[in-house]
Each structure stands twice: as structure tokens, then as C-alpha cells.
Write a protein that binds this ligand. Structure first.
Ligand SMILES: Cc1cc2nc3c(=O)[nH]c(=O)nc-3n(C[C@H](O)[C@H](O)[C@H](O)COP(=O)(O)OP(=O)(O)OC[C@H]3O[C@@H](n4cnc5c(N)ncnc54)[C@H](O)[C@@H]3O)c2cc1C
Length: 377
């Protein structure tokens, strides 16, 4: 029996370091300004890199930093940490040249990446994308449109999922896709910032148009035609990160309630019920997230468990922020809680909506039951 719920010392240290950074740097006034004015926090990003806090090459550190940053301010935290978005694709499938040219500058903070999958007509249905990468002499021509892309106006380059060949059949719509690295400054690329979103307003979100963009063959990641599988593998990683964002947001709301109760010395029963229910939900979400992450980070993911962590933690983030906000009434509406409440919504949408996560869970479990397999790892 070697079950051990303690985090290794170095990981616990990384958590404490992230917590201190967020508490020191994500001041309420800074968070409010970036939220109200939809400003990207360039300076904070620089400081976080300098402090060695953005580490996709050390996923446990990244996961706990995500949780701690979102606990203090999700908009600022995500802006900083998502500046490496999608770069696990290069860690997993990139050539040495691609890693040197694109991944290393992302890891040292000198460049920003973005991942462009979603299109106006294809969000949850990734296999339905229509952006095309067509062969032309010794290169590719990229045409199409991407929607809701994080970092699109500030990124140096994008990882773009596009069709390199038509689907062979209705059942195999996910075949024939590839991922290409596309510089934002190349001719034919245009971006348009989307303003006025509900939450995570410090993060940059935009649509991208590709109009006859020339893409060199060496910018294709991995094998031609395997793009869909690469993106699904990436989602296994990014979904546990979203689960950690959700745990952080819920914990941030509980912190507000605990502060309120502590200052008032309140033993009011309605408050105690909300506090107890929220704390129990958060602990359950955290354990589920860490278990799913533990499997993902040792290259043994359980997609059903990953989806459970993403779906459940997002629901906890939304329900906890809502009940704490409701309990605190006007004090809540004029505090950091109103931002946490708005920021929590996106956790039920990006990297797979809650409905999609539930479909993954149900389909996987039924298949395993039919095959007589273990239901979850
Ligand atoms: C702020 C923000 C940042 C984002 N950043 C990125 C990014 O960096 N890169 C990127 O590629 N994308 C990004 N996205 C896009 C995000 O991943 C999509 O919004 C998400 O996948 C859902 O797609 P959709 O919005 O087109 O909704 P749809 O897929 O149209 O879904 C609409 C509704 O229908 C439901 N639904 C859809 N299909 C089914 C089904 N089969 N069964 C049951 N219900 C279903 C959904 O759950 C949802 O409730 C971002 C989105 C936002 C809002």
C-alpha cells in the first residue's frame, strides 16, 4: 500500500512560490483595471517568467501555479500562463529545428504562442473544421478562418489545425487534418480582437483570417494527417489545467467567504452550510483533478477521468462562486467575487464544453462496461 496524498517537496515549494507571487503581484486594483479595460498584463507576464513560474516542461508546477494564480485572479493568471498555449504540441511532436526556433523562445518568455482550432462553424465538433492547407509547389497555402483564439492579436505565431485532405468517409471525418506553425506577421494573416466578453477579460481573444498564406513544409508538426489525434492528446493535458483553474477559482471564492466569516466571527447557520458544502466540493474537485493529472503526466491518461475532472471542477467553480456571491449580497457584488463569478463561466466552455465532457465520460464508460474492462483507471 503506497497511497500518499502529500505532494513531493519540490512541487509543494512551487505551489508556495506561485501563491506568494500571486498574492504580491495580482493586486485588486491591477486586476480591476485589466478586467474593466480588457488590458493584457505584459509586465506581470515578464515578472512571472523571470521568477521561473511558467513551466510547461514541468507540468505539476504548471498545474499548481494555474490553481494558485486563478485563486487570486483568473484573468491575470490565465493571461500569463496561457502565453505558452499549445506549445506542448512541440514538446510531444516537434522536430529539433521546430523546438529550437519556436519552442525555446516560448519557454524563455521571449515569444507568445496561440492554438487555433475553433472556427465560426466548428467549435465542439472539431472534425467539422474547414480551414484548408493545400499543397502548392514546395509549400502549403492556408485559407480559412478561426474564431475565439486566445492570444491571437499578441502571439508571435499560431499552431493551426487545418485540413490537408478531404475526409475519406462520413465516419472518418477526423482523418486528413494536420497542424502547422504559422507566423502572425506572414502576408495573408489578419486578426481582429473580440471585445466585451463576460469574463477572463484580461486575456486576449480574437478571430483570425488566413488568405492564401504560404506555409513552408518544415512548419508542419509531426505527420501529415495526424492533426486531430495530436489535438485530442493536447486536450488531455489542457483539460486537467482547466480543472485546476476551476479549483483555484472556487477556492478563491471560499477564501472570500472565510475572510468575511473570520472578521465578523459569524456563526450564522446559512453561512455555515454554504461554507461546508463549498469546502467539500472543492476538496473533491481537487482530488479528482490531481488524480487525472497524475495519470496524464505519466503518459497514461484516462480520457474519461480527465473529462470528469474538467466537467466536475468547472461545475464546482460555477456553483461555489454563485452561492458565495448570493450569500454575501451587496458586499459580494462590489468585491472580487463578482469577477470570480464571471470568470468561472468560461471553464464550462473552453477546451470542451460540459456537455462534450459528459458525452466522453458516458461513451467511454459504456464501451468499457461492454468489454468487461475496469470502469476508470
Ligand atoms: C474566451 C474564449 C477563449 C477561447 N480560446 C480558444 C483558443 O485559444 N483556441 C481555440 O481553438 N478555441 C478557443 N475557444 C473556443 C472554445 O474552445 C469553444 O467555444 C468551445 O469548444 C465550444 O465551441 P462553440 O463555442 O462553437 O460552441 P458549440 O460547439 O456550437 O456548442 C454550443 C452548445 O451546444 C452544445 N453542444 C455542442 N455539440 C453537442 C453535442 N454533440 N451534444 C450535446 N450538446 C452539444 C455545447 O455544449 C454548447 O452548450 C475559446 C472560447 C472562448 C469563449
Amino acid at each position: 500500500m503506497n497511497l500518499d496524498f502529500n505532494l513531493p517537496e519540490d512541487v509543494e515549494e512551487a505551489r508556495q512560490k506561485a501563491r506568494k507571487f500571486a498574492n504580491d503581484e495580482f493586486k485588486e486594483e491591477i486586476a480591476q483595471t485589466h478586467d474593466h479595460e480588457e488590458l493584457y498584463p505584459y509586465e506581470l507576464r515578464k515578472k512571472a517568467f523571470k521568477a521561473g513560474l511558467v513551466r510547461i516542461d514541468n507540468p505539476w508546477n504548471m498545474l499548481l501555479t494555474m490553481e494558485e494564480f486563478c485563486r487570486v485572479d483568473p484573468g491575470l493568471g490565465l493571461s500569463v500562463l496561457a502565453s505558452v498555449f499549445g506549445s506542448e504540441l512541440l514538446l510531444l511532436y516537434g522536430t529539433d529545428e521546430q523546438k529550437q526556433k519556436y519552442m525555446e523562445p516560448v519557454l524563455d518568455g521571449s515569444k507568445i504562442s496561440a492554438l487555433a482550432v475553433t472556427e465560426p462553424g466548428a467549435g465542439s465538433d472539431v472534425a467539422g473544421i474547414s480551414t484548408k492547407l493545400e499543397t502548392s509547389n514546395n509549400e502549403f497555402l492556408l485559407n480559412g478562418q478561426k474564431m475565439f483564439i486566445t492570444n491571437a492579436t499578441i502571439a508571435d505565431f499560431f499552431y493551426v489545425l487545418a485540413r490537408t485532405s478531404p475526409p475519406p468517409s462520413k465516419e472518418k471525418r477526423h482523418h486528413g487534418m494536420s497542424v502547422a506553425i504559422v507566423d502572425r506577421q506572414w502576408p495573408g494573416v489578419s486578426v481582429n480582437k473580440l471585445k466585451g466578453k463576460l469574463g477572463m477579460r484580461a486575456t486576449d481573444t480574437a478571430e483570425i483570417k488566413f488568405d492564401g498564406v504560404k506555409v513552408p513544409k518544415e512548419n508542419i508538426i509531426g505527420e501529415i494527417g495526424k492533426g486531430f489525434y495530436y489535438i485530442m492528446t493536447f486536450f488531455n493535458i489542457s483539460r486537467v489545467y482547466v480543472a485546476a483553474q476551476s479549483v483555484g477559482i472556487a477556492q478563491g471564492a471560499l477564501d472570500e467567504l472565510l475572510n468575511y466569516a473570520k472578521n465578523l466571527g459569524s456563526n450564522e447557520e446559512s453561512m455555515q452550510f454554504i461554507l461546508a458544502e463549498s469546502a467539500a466540493k472543492i476538496e473533491a474537485a481537487r482530488l479528482l483533478t490531481y488524480k487525472a493529472a497524475w495519470l496524464v503526466f505519466q503518459f497514461n491518461p484516462d480520457p474519461a477521468l480527465t473529462s470528469m475532472a474538467k466537467y466536475f471542477s468547472a461545475e464546482v467553480a460555477n456553483s461555489v462562486t454563485e452561492s458565495v456571491l448570493e450569500y454575501m449580497g451587496q458586499k459580494g457584488l462590489l468585491s472580487k467575487l463578482e469577477r470570480l463569478y464571471r470568470d468561472s463561466k468560461i471553464t464550462e466552455i473552453w477546451e470542451g464544453t460540459s456537455e462534450i465532457e459528459k458525452l466522453v465520460i458516458a461513451r467511454t464508460l459504456v464501451k468499457r462496461a461492454m468489454q468487461g474492462d475496469q470502469i476508470v483507471k
